[in-house]
Design a protein around this ligand. Structure first.
Ligand SMILES: [Zn+2]
Length: 399
């Protein structure tokens, strides 16, 4: 076929068919049964491996991970999970960590090596660090342009009202190049749900950007906050551009309660991010999806002050989401896969995502029979292509 620059041969797609995929100018221009496409100028033999769209890392913290740095032992909260105390531990740990740029590069390469080629990272913006972390991560984003697409959220880790000057800093952060405005437990951390949301949605409205709010609150406080965020989203016409990360409160409801709030979340076009965390409640993925809610995923913290876990592998994350959600059928396992691919792409508003003609040629090869097997086996030995160019193999980034 005319115009093909690179032909990826013998690629198995999710439906089991073997295809030759033509790529030109970084985009997929043809998908034809294997052997039927004419010779491209360059061939890459996929050799029957499963070829899937690149993973989307929907929630990570590039500024605060210690991955690749020395091991910093986790400190436990003295009286149960406490965001204030964790933030204080984080400040102590950051003071003894390697330079942020060094740590961010290692974390990025970990993610790309596993096949994530789009990412949303929260970056601390508050009175303690000002805009310094954002400056560093903005420079890292430039360094990795062409390898991974990165959205940055201006994240008020120390609250907004509790940390004077943060409202102005969030606004400035957007002017500097952050893509979204973040928030943190408006009621339990800042003790002022409406005041906190006034700032977050005020910046979103003024700057024309989306919103991604960390919400750790459990029970009815968490649910009430979700409702308020949905109402503000609709009021400002921000449907499709707002996400709530964690939303643990949704995990405390019975099925009727989930259906009730799920319908509201879906109608508001608000996405819910989960990483299927450790030992407590998290959003019920299947019930929310059944209500039409877009549930997406991220690694969140990788070896940082919040927990020592995380490997930057979104396929492994799909396995964890499936495991904790009690997903066993092929349909359920495929849903877990969807959460880390298409649903995350939708939450991030990515253009040209998927294995389809016209989409960006951002894909990963997996040594698996099909998607459900890939989710349970989490095969290594992947090849990662960005715009049709090999950017990682066997976990190592190729610059
Ligand atoms: Zn987070």
């Amino acid at each position: 076929m005319a115009g093909i620059e690179t032909l990826f041969t013998q690629a198995k797609l999710a439906d089991g068919s073997l295809n030759d995929i033509g790529v030109a100018s970084g985009r997929i221009v043809s998908i034809m049964p294997a052997g039927s496409a004419e010779t491209g100028t360059e061939r890459v033999d996929i050799a029957g491996a499963l070829l899937v769209p690149a993973f989307v890392e929907g929630h990570i913290h590039l500024d605060t991970s210690f991955y690749g740095d020395k091991w910093i032992p986790h400190k436990a909260c003295t009286n149960g999970f406490d965001v204030h105390q964790r933030v204080a531990f984080q400040a102590q740990n950051m003071a003894q960590a390697a330079p942020m740029a060094e740590r961010a590069r290692k974390q990025l390469e970990l993610c790309v090596g596993h096949g994530s080629l789009s990412m949303r990272s929260h970056v601390m913006v508050d009175a303690s660090v000002g805009l310094k972390s954002l400056e560093t991560i903005l420079a890292i984003r430039e360094e990795y342009r062409g390898i991974i697409d990165i959205q940055l959220v201006a994240f008020p880790q120390s609250g907004i009202l509790k940390s004077p000057g943060t409202a102005e800093l969030l606004d400035e952060a957007i002017a500097m190049g952050a893509d979204l405005v973040g928030g943190l437990d408006p009621a339990s951390f800042d003790r002022d749900l409406q005041g906190h949301l006034d700032v977050v949605f005020g910046v979103a409205e003024k700057r024309g950007v989306g919103v991604d709010i960390h919400l750790h609150d459990f029970g009815s406080l968490g649910v009430f906050t979700v409702e308020e965020i949905c109402a503000r989203t609709v009021a400002l016409g921000l449907q499709g551009r707002v996400a709530i990360s964690h939303a643990y409160g949704l995990g405390n409801l019975d099925a009727d309660g989930v259906r009730h709030i799920g319908a509201k979340i879906a109608a508001a076009g608000v996405s819910i991010m989960t990483n299927a965390p450790g030992d407590h409640a998290f959003p019920p993925v299947a019930l929310l999806r059944a209500e039409g809610v877009n549930v997406f995923a991220g690694s969140d913290n990788i070896r940082d002050s919040w927990w020592p876990y995380g490997d930057g592998d979104m396929l492994g994350r799909a396995m964890m989401i499936g495991y904790r959600s009690g997903f066993y059928t092929d349909e359920e396992l495929s849903a877990a896969f969807d959460v880390v691919t298409a649903a995350s792409a939708k939450a991030l508003g990515l253009e040209g995502y998927g294995i389809t003609i016209g989409a960006k040629a951002d894909f990963v090869t997996l040594d698996a029979e099909h998607v459900p097997e890939a989710v349970v086996a989490v095969p290594k030995g992947r090849r990662v292509f960005k715009g049709g160019r090999l950017v990682a193999e066997n976990g190592t980034v190729i610059r």
